[in-house]
Design a protein around this ligand. Sequence first.
Ligand SMILES: [Zn+2]
Length: 302
Amino acid sequence: MADTPKKDDARIPDPSLSETRFSRLRKKKDMPGGLWLKCESCGAMLYRKELEEKGRVCPTCEFHFTLPGRERVAMTIDEGTWQERFAEVTALDRLGFKDGSTYAEKVEKARARTKQNEALICGTGKIDGREVVLAVLDFSFLGGSMGEVVGEKIALAAEIAIAESKPLVIFTGSGGARMHEGVLSLMQMAKTCAALAELNDAGGFSICVMTHPTTGGVTASFASVCDITLAEPGALIGFAGPRVIATTLKQELPAGFQRAEFLLEKGQVDRIVKRGEMKSVLARLLDYTKGANVAPTPRAKA
Ligand SMILES: [Zn+2]
């Protein structure tokens, strides 16, 4: 097997399973009320309530489970300071995409399940007293995929950051571009990068935290172009899946390939931060922006 994990890789989920894991993750989330679940990294049986109380980090192997967007916001933003923005923006089914059920039906189902209109939650609030614009991709909404709405909301988040002179913090967890929107979803890669370039030109500051899993068009666009790139331990981060790469290259992939620790070693990730320490690390990083984000200058229009 090209991508069988090595022994010392025991804490890291088997990358060869990752392609099927996205669908299995969704199925698990569709099953409410299960008291126990199995850690996808070490196989330990975990009491769901206890896992949730521990911020969805496995007490046995410290695997960081995918976190619902609302929990991420609550964990990151000071209580009573969160103001959600653009929650009303919804996707249009421009292509009339059908795959078993229609795209519109899929979106409606995701909306009913997550009680939110789209995969990106965006707003303003404080992190340990520091004002920020926060954008969180929610994997439970159509795999955190990026369509027109996600792209637009990232662009709007960058615009608020410029207009209100606040740093922008983004959390990603995504299967990539939303195939149901075809080329319109791919266009969001350029759009979100352009928005972050404008923030940069205006003297703004941005941090992206890549969480498990961050893949495809999201990795290849806004997730990778922020000033600082953090990652949670063990997060799968890549463009194409490991099995596709191994098959194409006809080569055995190195141990830990496409994991946060591997990418830290290669320089794509600046630092790996455990979930329990994330808020204090973000607060410290935001302190470095003091004075750097006070006088935005509008980008010259062509
Ligand atoms: Zn575990």
